[in-house]
Design a protein around this ligand. Sequence first.
Ligand SMILES: [Zn+2]
Length: 184
Amino acid sequence: MFLQRSAVAIARRAAVAPALRRSLATTAIRRDAVSDPASKKIKTFHEIKTVDDLIGPGAAPGTVPTDLEQSTGLERLEILGKMEGVDIFDMRPLDASRKGTVENPVLVRSAGEEQYAGCTGVPADSHTVIWLGLSKERPVERCPECGSVYKMEYVGPADDHHGHHHHGPEEPKSFANYVKPEYW
Ligand SMILES: [Zn+2]
C-alpha cells in the first residue's frame, strides 16, 4: 500500500518537474538496495561469531518474511544450525537403552542451573513420563517409578566467580541434610 502510493506520488511529481524525477528515482533505487535481502548475504552457521551476526536481513517490501529472513538470536542460530545438520539444542531423546545406576547414571546435558528430565522407563515408554528435577547443586536424581538414575552434566558457561548467585528457590532441608552426606 505504502509503496504503491509513494510510486504514484513520484510519478505525479515527475510529470511536473523532470529534475525532481531524477533525484526521487535515485532515492527510490537506493532504498530498495538497502532493504533487498539479496543484497545482504545471509550468514551461514559457521560464519556466526557474535550475537550481532544473529540478525536476519529481513524480507523484501511487500513479501511475507520467512523464518530464515526475520528470525534473530537463538532461534536464528537454531535454524542456521539445522540447515547444516547441527542440532544446537541437542534435542535427541535420553539414552533409554539401559537403566541408570548410581555408579553409571544416564547423563543429561544442561546449559542452565536446572534441567528437567522425563523418564519413561527401560525400554522407553514402559511407564508414563515422570519428570525429575536436576540442578547444578543436586545433579543426581532417581526415578521413583523404575529406579533409573539420572545425572545432570553441566555444559553451560563457567562460573564467573562474581560471588555466589542463587537462582530459583532454595533447596528445602530434608532428613538427608542431617545424616550422611553421601545420601544426597
Ligand atoms: Zn522411570
